[in-house]
Design a protein around this ligand. Structure first.
Ligand code: 5GP
Length: 198
């Protein structure tokens, strides 16, 4: 049976990964992986939808059991992609979307080499800081930490398959959709070639 394609949307915090994924899901039939995290639930977030909120002990038990496709410590919290839902959806031929930070994205690529890695960048560092400040989710110290972390993250961008600038949201979403459509079409062409009798 035809395997699904794994798409990874990654990049520094504040680049708009979450918004892009939400927009994509309105228009594309894909499975969005729900991550586990040890961070506090924020107002408006829903357990089991935004994240699965777990204790550090529970998270570490899952690490020991090999339950994560990848996990990373980001700031002082763990974030991880549960392995089973992603692998089973891909096997069933569904396309899967991960929205994760770059340490984790690079770990997934090591295991699933045909994953499509898309790195989202802001138009400028100034704009990145402004977006982090305006969304008002983090303290000033956390924003400074995230800006600092972004430098290491940008240094990994060249390892990705695609880099998309999120200047105007709708244009960025269209570019990501085009990447998804082209990839699925190209993978189909290869599969047909391999099935052909000659
Ligand atoms: P936030 O705390 O703002 O929701 O997320 C912090 C960062 O963790 C974001 O860059 C987000 O994309 C990333 N993230 C969310 N889930 C996962 C995951 O399962 N694995 C990894 N490596 N990063 C994640």
């Amino acid at each position: 049976m035809k395997q699904g394609v794994l798409f990874i949307i990654s990049g520094p915090s504040g680049t708009g990964k979450g918004t892009i994924c939400n927009e994509l899901l309105k228009q594309e039939k894909m499975f969005l992986s729900v991550s586990n995290t040890t961070r506090e639930r924020r107002v408006g977030e829903i357990d089991g939808v935004t994240y699965n909120y777990v204790s550090v002990e529970e998270f570490e038990r899952q690490i020991d059991k090999g339950g994560f496709l990848e996990y990373a410590k980001y700031g002082s919290n763990y974030y991880g992609t549960p392995r089973e839902p992603v692998e089973s959806r891909l096997q069933r031929g569904e396309n899967v979307l991960l929205e994760i930070e770059p340490q984790g994205a690079l770990k997934v690529k090591q295991q699933i080499s045909d994953a499509v890695m898309i790195f989202i960048i802001p138009p400028s560092m100034k704009e990145l800081k402004k977006r982090l400040e305006e969304r008002g989710r983090e303290t000033k110290e956390q924003i400074d930490e995230r800006m600092e972390a972004s430098k290491w993250e940008f240094s990994k961008a060249a390892q990705y398959n695609f880099i998309c600038v999120n200047d105007k949201l709708d244009e960025c979403v269209e570019r990501v959709r085009a990447i998804i459509h082209d990839t699925v079409k190209e993978r189909g062409l290869i599969e047909n070639l391999l099935k052909e009798n000659y």
